[in-house]
Design a protein around this ligand. Structure first.
Ligand SMILES: Cc1ncc(COP(=O)(O)O)c(C=O)c1O
Length: 579
């Protein structure tokens, strides 16, 4: 078994993408490809070599600060700087300098899951070779200035871990897993809640963690109109050919029209670049990659708090972000002044991530007047509005009402990014259907933007899945089914509103402290932000078997009328008896 090791010094600036491979090439030319590679040797004292190309000044884009990355690696007691090393298995045919080089060049943050999680790894790749080859490199490194921490003529930092036995060497020992150096990732704060829920044997248990719609019997729900569309698709016997990179044309048309209104002039004028992508998350990720590539200086402003995955998405795309104030714990409402002040204070040309409706996790949306003011500030500061629309039609029950904010910005003639999801409003969670739309100032701009989005999508996932896109296109394209969908959406939104009201009634009736629970009624969408802190949320789970995220968010879509009294008891106990 041969392997790659990729090492870098954390905190060091990343090398510019177009220079990354150059650095490797230089190294590759000098690395001896020795005959010893053909001999299969089992050496316990394997050598480890790292070469970290120094960031050379980029001609295309100036260096930008690295986004905060998780530092999952303990520092080596033997290195002065903290070093992370990542063993990657490769098959024997790859084990030549040239083949290895080809393999390394394919390890881009976009395409490799390991590098996606740790993009800093992409800054360097080096052979981890057994003794003779490593000795040759060691000798070369001596010529260039000695081992470990030395700068070579190639501008590379060379380190030989013959003496540098740390965690890395453990990973190379023959009788332990090559993945010894891979630490356990923490559970996802949202999806991890469902895993804990499954493990709980109590009959009282209630899963209010994940944002997925349940029936009054707390069962998952497949919309009737979805079943109908699927049956029609089966009858037609449609094939499973690849979609183009941009997705299903009928879906792209339908989704832009749903979002902006079918008669919106920007559609007829060809100003909208729409690409079907992997639901809301994938669409956000694609947009983040676009920002990273074409606006390397810009940062994204996100609300505090926000949906837990936003920060992951921008971190992994290496897009710097900061937060604007949004939630006011004193009023359990919107901190509108704080929000405006923070957007105003951000560097001109920032991207402002806005939840189109049903803000997650707070359930607190700006009023139409407040949206106008937000648009004013964004326009004045030449910021780019970037909407995340994950709940269109699901918040109010009306597709048009829930698109108010986006349409307001578009009506002002602003260029706008919008990520869309059909997970909630059509219940297509696992089909991964959504889109990224970019409203541009001219048709040729839209064409160019679309071409670049396609270029980004191709190496990421090639092309999107067809099934969910066909369901959306068929439902929206058929007046009868479209009407049925709207009715079902109203029913779902209505059930959540009823549960919201019942929870408020139960809390108000049971809590004798005089606390005002009316904030629950002012919130909108599938969530309620209860104001419970982490300890209180823990109490909800540990004592009452109610599963929720630790920020105090509960999904009302996972609650039934019958369970409202029980939930109210748990909230009152946690709120008054736990600090
Ligand atoms: C605000 C927000 N954006 C995006 C998403 C993305 O969801 P999906 O990737 O399932 O479409 C969600 C899902 O919970 C969300 O709440």
């Amino acid at each position: 078994m041969y392997y790659w090791s990729v090492g870098t010094h954390l905190g060091q600036n990343p090398v510019a993408p177009h220079q990354k491979h150059q650095g490797l090439k230089q190294k590759e030319k000098k690395l001896p490809v020795c005959a010893s590679q053909k001999r299969k040797r089992k050496r316990k004292n394997s050598q480890f070599v790292t070469e970290t190309p120094r960031p050379a000044p980029s001609t295309r884009s100036p260096p930008r600060p690295a986004a905060p990355l998780p530092s999952a690696r303990p520092s080596s007691p033997h290195s002065r700087k903290r070093r992370a090393s990542y063993p990657i298995l490769i098959s024997p045919p790859f084990f030549s300098a040239a083949a290895g080089q080809r393999h390394a060049t394919r390890l881009t943050p976009a395409s490799d899951p390991l590098l996606t999680r740790h993009p800093e790894m992409a800054t360097a790749a080096a052979f981890s070779v057994s003794s003779p080859a490593a000795s040759a490199v060691a000798a070369r490194s001596k010529v260039f200035g000695g081992v470990n921490q030395a700068r070579t003529r190639t501008g590379c930092r060379v380190g030989i871990t013959r003496k540098n036995f740390g965690r890395v060497m453990m990973a190379l020992a023959v009788d332990v897993s090559r993945f010894e150096g891979v630490p356990m990732a923490p559970p996802d704060p949202i999806l991890g809640v469902s895993e804990a829920f499954k493990a709980d044997k109590s009959e009282l248990k209630l899963n209010l963690g994940v944002g997925a719609y349940r029936t009054e019997e707390l069962q998952p729900y497949v919309l009737n109109v979805v079943k109908k569309a699927e049956n029609l698709m089966l009858e037609k016997g449609e094939n499973k050919e690849y979609l183009p990179i941009e997705g299903l044309a009928a879906f792209n048309k339908a989704t832009a029209e749903l979002l902006l209104g079918a008669d919106n002039p920007v559609i007829n004028q060809g100003l909208v670049a729409t690409l079907q992508s992997l639901s809301g998350t994938g669409s956000l990720r694609l947009a983040a990659a676009f920002i990273q590539r074409y606006f390397p200086e810009a940062k994204v402003l996100i609300s505090s708090p926000t949906w837990g995955n936003h920060k992951n998405i921008f971190n992994d795309a290496r897009v710097p972000w900061s937060e604007y104030r949004y939630y006011d714990p004193k009023t359990v409402g919107l901190d509108f002044e704080g929000m405006i002040a923070d957007i105003e204070a951000a560097p001109e040309g920032s991207f402002v991530l806005l939840h189109g409706c049903a803000h997650n996790p707070t359930g607190i949306d700006p009023t139409p007047e407040q949206w106008e003011k937000i648009a004013d500030v964004i326009q004045e500061k030449k910021h780019m509005p970037f909407f995340d629309v994950a709940y269109q039609g699901f918040a109010s029950g009306s597709l048009d009402e829930d698109a108010f904010s986006v349409r307001l910005f578009v009506k002002r003639g602003m260029e706008v990014f919008v990520a869309q999801s059909y997970s909630k409003n059509l219940g297509l969670y696992s089909e991964r259907v959504g889109a990224i739309n970019v409203v541009c100032s001219a048709p040729e701009v839209a064409d160019r933007v679309k071409s670049q989005l396609k270029r980004l999508a191709r190496p990421m996932y090639s092309n999107p899945p067809i099934h969910g896109a066909k369901i959306v296109a068929n439902v929206v394209g058929d007046p009868t089914m479209f009407g049925e969908w709207k009715q079902e959406m109203e029913l779902m939104a209505g059930r959540i509103k009823n549960v919201r009201q019942k929870l408020y009634d139960s809390l108000s009736a049971k809590d004798k402290s005089g606390k005002d629970w009316s904030f629950i009624l002012r919130q909108i969408g599938m969530f309620s932000y209860t104001g419970l802190n982490k300890a209180q949320s823990d109490n909800m789970t540990d004592k009452w078997h109610i599963y929720m995220t630790k920020d105090g968010r509960i999904s009302l879509a996972g609650l039934s009328l019958a369970k409202c009294d029980y939930l109210a008891d748990a909230i009152i106990d946690s709120f008054h008896n736990v600090n």
